[in-house]
Ligand binder design. Structure first.
Ligand code: ADP
Ligand code: MG
Length: 568
């Protein structure tokens, strides 16, 4: 009777369930598995660090809606991706991790890289399992893909001991899984849509918050139509940027603090009231604000604040039905409304402040000048990956997104080190689905250090990623050369080197030379402009633009301290 190898069963099951990409680092016992993936037509991308591979796999999941796979070896390999699994789970992004494991014969007696992998993964997963036999693999693969993508998306882990990977199954005995259809759309209860519409119509100071759940839901067309026609002010969350364009007249990002603080009704579309949205509480919000909360996950409803209308639904059908209700009475929140006037004044004030800093091109450069000039030269549909402290925060307001799912950053978990992995996935996505589109990876010098070696991956796969390192020689605030030298002139460096210090004037762009590629070092705006123009021409290779900025450059003054001043 015909027999099929387990590795082939895994590869074909993934393929059957719609998986296309695998990111990983191979080693015993998953070498043959990686080859089986390629033989089955899956795209295998070998990376340099398991964490970065895991970040890449989850980014492709977010961008395509189909989970990417991260393939790792046993023990340390799996441990290195737990950070990535947690990041995907917290971001609600679909991901499947496949780990090799020690031979079951050796379990309990000190097997090679032996480790309780299923237990270790479980807190970061919706589903974690070890298929008992080769014949049962399709059952678990189908379940992993279903759990990763249905309901609130998340992570699934499948564990494969060496002896299972080397086994075979009789063809007739192999479990026959169906390729399941795309996740069902959850429709809102009609009465709740009517209540939501009524609350919005009565509101004096309405605000729509567009979260990354709306981006994942592909609700862009519906929401653009809704916002354009109702003229309601909206605020995107960091990765909700671009679902409705940042350049739309109804976008009030420049008046974020005021919009949150004074709104009387907030329509929350696929965003959680967590730290990013200051838990929905005073003093960042009006104490009497009413929330209309829409989320695919019913357990999320009423989290932190009791919503006035709480709806378990997919954003798309909800927004369509809400629009019908608003349109039936020709609702339009005109600019003559007092709320719009307040928002407009604040937007203008903040834009003027930022404009002043942006046009100040004195050296050493400040963040705002760097981002302003970067923005001027970037194609408008660039996918922007960003991480770092100030680099990410200031870049979020300065670099605009006109399209959905075009911003990937440290996310809900606040994870540093995600940038290069995300950028690899974004560049592959562009190559396969949106040729010609560019990927910009804006990194603080500290953030870049976590996964910098992935530039070799970008070179190997000919990925045109422009990495801009906004370099202040440190974590958060940086150090200038003189201070740094003065501190270090004597004594025990482990005692006196400030924990936030990194090497000063490090020429990160020279790393590109190791691969025969070009990098750019910039201290002035003209150099930055020339470098970005040159980078925009690249179609088959990455580059690094290392921009030295003033170590004392900071955010513009904020009315609230970050993360503090929210009373629970
Ligand atoms: P943000 O970081 O933009 O604030 P969060 O990650 O906090 O966004 O929240 C996203 C929310 O969107 C999650 O609670 C998730 O359950 C929800 N979500 C994901 N997909 C959908 C969808 N298709 N429809 C509705 N809600 C969704
Ligand atoms: Mg820095």
């Amino acid at each position: 009777m015909a027999e099929v190898e387990a590795v082939q069963i895994i590869a074909e099951s993934l393929k059957q369930q719609g998986v296309e990409y695998v990111f990983g680092i191979i080693g015993i016992p998953v070498i043959e598995l990686s080859m089986a993936f390629q033989a089955a037509g899956l795209k295998y991308i070998g990376m340099r660090n398991e964490q970065a591979a895991c970040y890449a796999a989850q980014a492709i999941g977010y961008l395509t809606g189909k989970p990417g796979v991260c393939l790792v070896v046993s023990g340390p390999g799996l441990l290195h991706v737990t950070g990535g699994m947690a990041n995907a789970q917290v971001n609600c992004w679909p991901l499947i991790v496949i780990g090799g494991a020690t031979n079951q014969d050796h379990e309990g007696i000190g097997g090679f890289q032996e480790c309780p992998q299923v237990e270790l993964s479980r807190p970061y997963c919706k589903y974690a399992a070890r298929p008992a036999t080769a014949a049962l693999i399709p059952l678990h693969v189908e379940k992993a893909v279903r759990y990763a993508t249905y309901g609130r998306p998340g992570v699934a882990y499948l564990d494969f001991p060496g002896n299972i990977l080397q086994s075979k199954a009789q063809e007739a005995r192999i479990y026959k899984a169906l390729a399941h259809p795309a996740p069902p759309l959850a429709y809102p209860p009609h009465d709740d849509v009517i209540r939501a519409a009524k609350l919005l119509r009565q509101s004096k100071r309405p605000l729509v918050i567009v979260g990354k759940g709306s981006a994942y839901a592909h609700a862009e067309n519906t929401l653009r139509h809704f916002i354009e026609n109702t003229n309601l002010p909206f605020l995107p969350t960091p990765m909700g940027k671009g679902v409705v364009s940042d350049t739309a007249p109804q976008c009030v990002s420049s008046a974020r603090t005021l919009a949150l603080q004074k709104a009387d009704v907030v329509l929350l579309l696929g965003a959680r009231l967590n730290w990013i949205l200051h838990f929905g509480k005073a003093p960042r919000y009006d104490k009497d604000v009413k929330f209309i909360q829409v989320d695919i996950n019913p357990e999320e409803l009423h989290n932190s604040v009791v919503a006035s209308v709480a709806i378990q639904a997919d954003i798309r059908p909800f927004a369509e039905q809400l629009f019908e209700q608003m349109n039936a009475v020709n609702f339009r929140f005109g600019y003559e409304q007092d709320w719009w006037k307040q928002l407009a004044v604040k937007c203008k004030q903040n834009r003027d402040t930022v404009q002043k800093m942006s046009l100040n091109t004195e050296t050493p450069l400040n963040y705002y000048a760097v981002f302003h000039h970067l923005r001027e030269l970037l194609p408008k549909d660039t996918i922007i990956v960003s991480e770092g402290a100030n680099t990410m925060d200031i870049g979020r307001s300065m670099l605009l997104n006109e399209q959905p799912r075009h911003r990937l950053d440290a996310g809900t978990f606040g994870t540093m080190g995600v940038g290069p992995g995300f950028a690899v996935a974004a560049a592959l996505f562009c190559r396969d689905f949106a040729p010609g589109k560019r990927v910009l990876c804006v990194e603080g010098d500290s953030a870049f250090g976590f996964s910098g070696m992935e530039i070799e991956t970008m070179v190997r796969y000919k990925l045109p990623v422009t990495i801009v390192i906004v370099n202040n020689n440190g974590i958060y605030g940086g150090f200038d050369k003189d201070t740094f030298e003065a501190i270090r002139s004597e004594g025990d460096l482990t005692q006196i080197t400030p924990p936030s210090a990194l090497g000063v004037q490090v020429r990160y762009e020279e790393m590109m030379k190791m691969f025969g590629m070009k990098g750019y070092f910039c201290t002035e705006i003209e150099q930055l402009q020339a470098a970005v123009k040159a980078a925009n021409q690249l179609t088959d290779r990455p580059t690094i633009i290392n921009v030295a900025i003033s170590p004392s450059s900071d955010r513009k003054p904020q009315s609230f301290n970050w993360l503090t001043e929210s009373k629970l």
